[in-house]
Ligand binder design. Structure first.
Ligand code: NDP
Ligand code: BG6
Length: 510
């Protein structure tokens, strides 16, 4: 029986995972992401027997690298970055089918050589395999790679759905609506939507998938999940690190493009979307798009819905750190934001009137990604003591990272002869319940793409819808230059203007 028959085309959050015979081609194979995430992901899938029996890995890049050297580089990457140690026998099986093709991303001859290489693998095997092209290069060469895959016939080679070529495309997917539409246009010239896997690695995180499970497998949440019971939702994606060595990229990007438009919007969509009719990829993505379409246009300017800022010198981890404009590769007059906070309104039946607050920044007080859902206060007639002493709002927090888990703030009686209340925390921790060595996001995502399951990837219309919300903001910021750009000390929770954004609704950041 062919692998494809043994492992039918699987969708959604199925626990049965199996891919057909596959050649994974990584463009940008000498790069940082390949070493830190992609090679370790492939290796860990191999350790868990989740790679198909006929699995081949081909690195592609401009730098000429002999096959042996590429295998050594890959083994070194596993030793340094894999969550599990390199086991020589397990690696030997993958290494035996690992090779490298050198060539320019804009060189049609190089893609012909790649095609011949794949053809030779098929000839040796005596069967067809699916090709999964992972584009892990800077975005400047996404389009030439897609054009050359198309011209070489590598995009359309196979007719059967399970063995159709597939392409994973890294972020950033465009820098505004027009460029995202253009990139989608290029993709559509050669690939159909089910062949395309736009990465947002947040969707591969266990806790982000658990958000769906928590919302739709626990009957207690759904009746309360609306404007009648929820007063606000806050989504924070804070990093302690600065811009590091990625100054060149970051100067062209900023927090809105780098984090808000993609990662935090995915968290928002999963938190606020309607229940999908099934766990099928299209059912979930349809609901996310519907939610994004209900978001009201953002107002910019002094009384608007957006705040941007960059970090000034400060302290993180007990050490002094420079401000953003003093970092290597950064323009001393830069207007790029390292922090953005947004207040969103969703104009639909479920959420009208409930503010959604998003914030993301570098060099903040600590690394934390969290979704905090705050419920309306209970009536203060019994236990509250007027203005002097108010009951706490119940808050449900999804801790995406670190210290992954779920917690709920409740009011409890303080033991004693008087009846006084105090907010207490009910806690579920992943590490204590399930242990801590869980699969990394890229393991899940590479496997899903091999299987052809797009549930945890972004659909073309989804990315465009998100860009529609943020492109006017980016245009307004570009026109304003430095005006309205706030600053915050490194190691703090952001600029005071972001506090004011919430104060208008009598809310505070949690
Ligand atoms: P790198 O800068 O390490 O580049 C990857 C490879 O692409 C390089 O090894 C090089 O290979 C080739 N390359 C580099 N610059 C150019 C250029 N100007 N023109 C053509 N080719 C070039 O990138 P990363 O590995 O860090 O990132 C890859 C992709 O993943 C990017 O789209 C990035 O935005 C995304 N990403 C990366 C993350 C990370 O942590 N690194 C996190 C999230 C997303 P060669 O010279 O051999 O061709
Ligand atoms: C990437 C951004 O997409 O996500 C980086 O480009 C950021 O700037 C990173 O540091 C954060 O990812 P994680 O998984 O560490 O939260």
């Amino acid at each position: 029986m062919a692998d494809t028959q043994r492992h039918p085309f699987l969708h959604g959050l199925s626990k049965h995972r199996g891919a057909p015979p596959t050649v994974v081609v990584i463009f940008g194979a000498s790069g940082d992401l390949t070493a830190r995430k992609l090679i370790p992901a492939v290796y860990n899938l191999g350790l868990d027997s989740l790679l198909p029996t006929d699995f081949y890995l081909i690195g592609f890049g401009r730098k000429p690298i002999p096959d042996d050297e590429f295998r050594t580089l890959a083994a070194d990457a596993i030793k340094e970055f894999s969550r599990r140690e390199l086991q020589p026998e397990a690696w030997k099986r993958i290494a035996a089918n690992t090779s490298y093709v050198a060539g320019g991303y804009d060189d049609p001859d190089a893609f012909q050589r790649l095609k011949e290489h794949i053809d030779a693998i098929e000839k040796k095997l005596g069967r067809e395999v699916q090709s999964l092209f992972y584009i892990s290069t800077p975005p400047s060469v996404f389009t030439p790679i897609l054009e050359n895959l198309g011209a070489a016939g590598l995009a359309e080679k196979y007719a059967g759905q399970a063995l159709q070529s597939k392409v994973i495309i890294e972020k950033p997917f465009g820098r505004d609506l027009a460029s995202a539409q253009a990139l989608n246009g290029t993709l559509r010239k050669y690939f159909t939507e089910p062949q395309v896997f736009r990465i947002d690695h947040y969707l591969g995180k266990e806790t982000v998938q658990d958000l769906l499970v928590q919302r739709f497998s626990n009957a207690i949440f759904e009746p309360l999940w609306n404007r009648n019971f929820i007063s606000s939702v806050q989504i924070t994606v804070a990093e302690e690190v600065g811009v590091g060595s990625r100054g060149g990229y970051y100067e062209q990007s900023g927090a809105l493009r780098d984090m808000i438009q993609n990662h935090t919007m995915q968290l928002l969509a999963l938190t606020a979307m309607e229940p999908p009719v099934s766990l099928d990829a299209e059912a979930i993505r349809d609901e996310k798009v519907r939610l994004l379409r209900a978001i009201q246009p953002l107002r910019t300017g002094a009384e608007g819905d957006v705040v941007r800022a960059h970090y000034a010198a400060g302290m993180t981890g007990g050490k002094p750190v420079p401000g953003y404009r003093e970092e290597e590769g950064i323009n001393p007059d830069s207007a790029t934001e390292t922090y953005a906070a947004i207040r969103l309104s969703i104009n639909n039946w479920r959420w009208q009137g409930v503010p959604f607050y998003l914030r993301s920044g570098k060099r903040m007080a600590r690394r934390v990604s969290e979704i905090a859902v705050t419920f309306r206060r209970p009536p203060g007639t019994l236990f509250a003591e007027g203005d002097r002493f108010q009951l706490a709002s119940n808050t449900l927090s999804f801790q995406i990272q670190p210290d992954e888990g779920l917690s709920m703030i409740l009011n409890a009686k303080i033991p004693g002869l008087e009846t006084r209340t105090q907010p207490v925390k009910m806690n579920f921790r992943y590490s204590t319940t399930f242990g801590s060595n869980t699969p990394e996001a890229y393991e899940r995502l590479v496997l899903d793409a091999m299987i052809g399951d797009g549930t945890l990837f972004i659909r073309g219309d989804e990315t465009e819808q998100s860009w529609k919300i943020y492109t006017p903001v980016l245009e307004a910021w570009a026109a304003a230059g430095q005006q309205g750009l706030e600053s915050y000390p490194a190691g703090s929770w952001g600029p005071t203007a972001a506090e004011a954004l919430l104060a208008k609704n009598h809310d505070v950041w949690r």
